[in-house]
Design a protein around this ligand. Structure first.
Ligand code: NAD
Length: 504
């Protein structure tokens, strides 16, 4: 892929330039060079995409299909993702710096399985619930769920392919149509997913993707009266802005936001297992994950052994070009993000932390690109900036503690509440601790494993609403109660006594 690739917008089942012909560049974080040029959508393109989605919803070309028919299309998308996985893997890797190894295994599996899961859920049928009632009058009561209409999905750069699939698949499974706006730092794979939807036979206008560097593009989509529901994944700061923009129209919104996960090692944990798990939790995707377990809480008695073993694990990491299948370490998304992560590390050292390893470019990484070394900081106390704010980089902060209650208090002592992990050989004890942690997900002796079948949600400043599972599908529906009176109306005692004021 030495030549610069070009990507247009995907609107109404077709590739199309931005109305004003504008473009912007995407830099490959692994090389620091421009790898793709994309269409820069403006307000006219936002309007075009929303109109396409609105028309496709209103004429019933998609919402009018049965669940079983929609399930067939979703299953086909999953099949095509597997068939096109080499292309998708390469694009994801160039666009956001994922190693091809990680994109090809983790992202491709998560993306395809999302479509497979929602196809399966739809095939089982999403039935109305029907209740027969006698009081206050005989009636049949239908509780049904209906699509909102046009869903706007805004996704971040760290997992653009998976995040887009998590929004498109359940939204259209429920019968909605969508407009997706990816991050300007990594926009290409959601465009390819939209094209795959078309190849699978999903009608034009059901899935649209607009790309562009300006925040005003996302704002236009959120604020338009043509959009009925917003689903956003990104930072807490932008999530709050989205929430504000939804407020005047009381527009429904789901927010999946930042995190500051703790990885709590209980004193009965197997140290080697906990170290392996912690390496995965903190360094997967170079720590650029909302669920990264960057705060590692270690019993004081285990501290030195744990740190030595973490350091040994870091020494095993394989550096190289992101395209090499043996490479296990990728770059950060941009130079600006590199500088931000580095400032956090330097700030922590100034505040008294000790740098065990990392803090800067890794010696063995390629000379170009935005690589940052896997970093371990000890001497970190709760309350330092680095232990409260989301760093979103490969920085493990080791925080010693003395009692379970102290570990629970530290874990819960941040604004975020997305996920946490616990390592222990006593599962009852670990579950008891898990119940006390303030987060939407808690893993015990595992981490980062998001399963389509189970809910993923942020507590506190980590979000509003839920993704995945049947709960995620419900977020793309409105509930309706249809009361069917099964009586003769005027003759009923209820009407006579209460409305007409007559005696029986
Ligand atoms: P970001 O908030 O900067 O951007 C997210 C998306 O919002 C991008 O598409 C961006 O272009 C768009 N955007 C920015 N300003 C906007 C505005 N004013 N109106 C509408 N849209 C706007 O986040 P990011 O840097 O792309 O991603 C990293 C963040 O995402 C981290 O905080 C991470 O924790 C979070 N994240 C959360 C989850 C989750 O499921 N909870 C998953 C992945 C990432």
């Amino acid at each position: 892929m030495s030549d610069v690739e070009t990507f247009q917008l995907w609107i109404d089942g077709k590739w199309t330039d931005a109305a004003d012909g504008g473009t912007f560049d995407s830099i490959d974080p692994g090389t620091g060079e421009v790898w793709a040029r994309l269409a820069a959508a403006g307000p006219a393109d936002a309007e075009r995409a929303l109109t396409a989605a609105r028309t496709a919803f209103d004429d019933g070309r998609w919402s009018g299909l049965t669940s079983a028919e929609r399930a067939g299309y979703l299953a086909k998308v999953a099949e095509l993702i597997w068939m096109e996985s080499d292309r998708l893997t390469a694009v994801e890797s160039h666009d956001n710096g994922s190693t091809e190894r990680k994109a090809g295994i983790a992202d491709m599996t998560a993306a395809a399985q999302t479509w497979e899961y929602y196809a399966g859920l739809l095939a089982e049928g999403i039935e109305d619930q029907v209740f027969d009632e006698d009081m206050p009058v005989p009636s049949k009561n239908i509780v049904t769920r209906q699509p909102y209409g046009v869903v706007v999905g805004i996704v971040p750069w760290n997992f653009p392919l998976v995040a887009a699939c998590w929004k498109i698949a359940p939204a259209i499974a429920a019968g909605n149509t969508v407009v997706i706006k990816p991050s300007p730092l990594a926009s290409a794979s959601p465009l390819l997913i939209a094209e795959i939807c078309s190849k699978a036979g999903i009608p034009d206008g059901v899935v649209n993707v607009v790309t562009g560097p300006e925040a005003s593009l996302g704002e236009a989509l959120v604020q338009s009266p043509m959009s009925d529901k917003i689903t956003f994944t990104g930072s807490t700061a932008v999530g709050k802005r989205i929430h504000e923009m939804c407020s005047p129209q009381l527009k429904a919104v789901t927010l999946e936001l930042g995190g500051k996960a703790a990885n709590v090692i209980l004193d009965d944990a197997d140290v080697d297992v906990a170290v392996n798990g912690s390496l995965f939790l903190v360094y997967f995707n170079q720590g650029q994950a909302c669920i990264s377990g960057s705060r590692i809480l270690v019993p004081r008695s285990m501290h030195d052994e744990f740190v030595a073993k973490m350091k040994a694990g870091v020494d095993e990491i394989q550096y190289g070009p992101t395209t090499d299948p043996d490479t296990t370490w990728g770059p950060l998304i941009s130079q600006a993000h590199w500088d931000r992560v580095d400032a956090f590390v330097k700030g922590a050292v100034e505040q008294g932390a000790t740098l065990v390893c990392g803090g800067g470019r890794p010696e063995k990484s390629p000379a170009e690109g935005f690589f940052y070394a896997p970093t371990i900081l000890t001497g970190v106390s709760h309350g330092m900036d680095i232990s409260c704010e989301e760093v979103f980089g490969p920085v493990a902060t080791i925080i010693p503690y003395d009692t379970d209650d102290e570990a629970i208090a530290i874990t819960n002592g941040v604004d975020y509440g997305l996920s946490n992990s616990i390592w222990s050989s006593n599962l009852d004890r670990a579950v008891a601790v898990a119940r006390k942690l303030e987060s939407g997900t808690v893993w015990i002796n595992d981490g980062l494993l998001l399963n389509n079948r189970f809910p993923f949600s942020g507590w506190k400043s980590s979000g509003v609403g839920v993704e995945l599972g049947p709960w995620g599908l419900e977020q793309f529906t409105r509930i309706k109660h249809i009361h069917v009176g099964e009586h003769t109306g005027r003759d009923e005692k209820y009407y006579v006594a209460i409305v007409l004021g007559e005696e029986d």
